[in-house]
Design a binder for this molecule. Sequence first.
Ligand SMILES: *Cc1c(COP(=O)(O)O)cnc(C)c1O
Length: 340
Amino acid sequence: MKKPITLGDILAARKRIAGHVIHTPLRPSQSLSDHVGTPIWIKCEHQQYTGSFKLRGAANAVLNLSDAQKAKGVIGVSTGNYGRALANAARNAGVRAVICMSELVPHNKVEGIRAQGAEICISGQSQDEAQKEVDRLVRDDGMTMLPPFDHADIIAGQGTLGLEVIEQLPDTETLLVPLSGGGLLAGVALAAKSINPAIRVVGISMERGCAMIESLQAGQPTSVREWPSLADSLGGGIGENNLYTFNMCADLTDDFVLVNEAQIADGIRAAYIDDQQVIEGAAAVGIAALRAGLIDNPGKTVVLSTGCNIDMNLHRRIIGGENVDLALEAEQATSKTGGA
Ligand SMILES: *Cc1c(COP(=O)(O)O)cnc(C)c1O
């Protein structure tokens, strides 16, 4: 039987990772506040080391390994940000790291992980396929597999972000949380609601393939088709044998909201033009939902901006106002090469 994760685990995580992560700024957004008509703050976690909050969970998990486990190394499967975070956390702890990923992961993210000193293995068309390669390396090399979200230490580490927000703005009424595998939402909502049960937590994802929301609707983990999306960090399934995040997201989420590609692009653009922040698509879904009027009665709202790892050419095109459709571009690229 697995033990439930508690506020105590999140407090312990904060102690463990202090010195490995920074406290990121909570920044009032005048333009979003004006747009929505209530005070809105952006939690600038895209300024975290490695460019995303994923360092919190990864650092907590690596630092909590036994010496024997540290000696054999860690292995992870990632859409990019988790790989970068795990590689960084492992390097700082003097631990070997191997990161496996699917072929859909953008080039800039692969290079970002390599730059952190990890060994890279690319395999498969989806996160679930890459996971098979991880299982093989665990069997053969005795490495410890640390999953990107469905793990007690990862969830507790992400929860430290929730603690930070509540300390920075104790009377937060609504928290907007980007949602994929649900490690972030589970940890942040547990921290926030343990301190103030009245806080409303809204999980936000992209219309193109949100596995958690579809799974919760189906009542069990469900796999979804993976589409190229501006919110590439929100891709991937929740795992057939989900241990924690499926139930925690069901219990701790007050509302779910989906945003489309044009809305995500609008969020990236607004973050840059109005608030001087370079953020990636996954990080822009909260801003996108607010600007599209998809959040009812938000009140004092904190929107978690979770990462900044976006291809600079893509960012430039979006800021320039281009209507970027990555699925269409992928289709056109395939039909060109397919015809040859
Ligand atoms: C991983 C990630 C998320 C989603 O986190 P989950 O724990 O998988 O729900 C959101 N934003 C960014 C930038 C991410 O890298």
